[in-house]
Design a protein around this ligand. Structure first.
Ligand code: ZN
Length: 309
């Protein structure tokens, strides 16, 4: 049994409109689902990714308007690495980000930048064995489109490798250095690595990562729950998130881990040609639709406003 890589990463934003502008326009991902936080339905939960909404491409945000800015410290993910195909693509994005008002920093084959709330990214040349998970956008030549999430970096809260037993023996990560791991699925390799304790605690808030979800085959999900429990983790029951099933546990360094299934995926309640265009509500919140629609700031998916041919 092995994990198939990363499923999605979830962040916090204070401004859903700017979030859509940045991720669906500047970064040219596809907004594949517009729904609400199932545990706090007056808040948006927005999903961005490739054309199909494939696991491994998905970045999601809870919107908490007016939430204070966060700061990633000990025990928090601080950087998300997004793939491109080539050095020419790094140049393309360097110009596009600068033209859009986002300063960049080029370091040795990596282009570093922050989103409008200070969340840090690195564009990296993707592992050539990873699947190419791209979205279409009228301004982005296909050879330069982002190709999916390649890795994350976090600050350790203890020793760099103090959660090694869980990661390697429990979850099957491959250790490639002290505090450096690969999550190797049948056709993906995702990098997960720690930097030294930064000397300060973190603060969850806008522009920070809330949790990272690993990708389980559907048939293995219950076994992963048992495995995490055997490794000493306090694991939630399996929770139906409509687009996947999920379990959660806060691992020893302090990062909230989720393990999510492949199925049913984002096309379960929408035409694949129109993902993310209508507000979708989980069944239990459907009776509150009128109330929620009056509370939530209306958001237009750019795909609905300007369909591709
Ligand atoms: Zn999640």
């Amino acid at each position: 049994m092995k994990l198939e890589g990363m499923h999605h990463i979830t962040m916090i934003t204070g401004d859903a409109r700017r979030n859509v502008d940045f991720y669906a326009d500047v970064l040219a991902l596809r907004m594949v689902k517009k729904t609400v936080n199932f545990d706090a339905p007056q808040a948006y939960h927005l999903y961005f990714g490739d054309e199909q909404g494939s696991p491994g491409s998905i970045l999601t945000w809870f919107e908490f308007p007016g939430a204070p800015p966060g700061n990633p410290g000990a025990g928090m993910v601080h950087t998300i690495q997004l793939g491109v195909r080539s050095a020419e693509s790094l140049e393309f994005w360097n110009k596009r980000l600068a033209d859009s008002g986002y300063p960049t920093e080029s370091l040795d084959g990596v282009l570093r930048f922050q989103d409008f709330e200070g969340l840090q990214y690195e564009l990296v040349i993707a592992d050539p064995s990873n699947p190419v998970l791209q979205a279409r956008h009228p301004e982005i030549p296909v050879e330069h489109a982002l190709t999916g999430v390649q890795g994350v970096r976090a600050f350790a809260s203890e020793e760099l490798n103090s959660d090694r037993d869980l990661l390697v023996d429990g979850l099957g990560f491959t250790e490639v250095g002290i505090g450096e791991y690969l999550v190797e699925g049948d056709d993906t390799r995702f990098r997960f690595g720690y930097d030294q304790h930064p000397g300060y605690g973190g603060r969850e808030g806008t522009g920070t990562v809330h949790h990272i979800a690993w990708h389980s085959r559907d048939e293995d999900h219950e076994a992963w729950r048992e495995r995490a429990g055997e490794a000493g983790q306090s694991v939630t029951p399996v929770i139906d998130r409509d687009y996947f099933n999920a379990i959660y546990f806060r691992q020893p360094q302090g990062i909230l881990f989720e393990i999510a299934t492949t199925s049913p995926g984002f096309a379960v309640d929408e035409d694949p040609a129109h993902l993310g265009e209508q507000l979708r509500l989980p069944t239990q919140h459907e009776p509150m639709r009128a109330q929620l629609e009056s509370l939530l700031d209306p958001l237009v998916n750019p795909r609905a406003a300007a369909p591709l041919d």
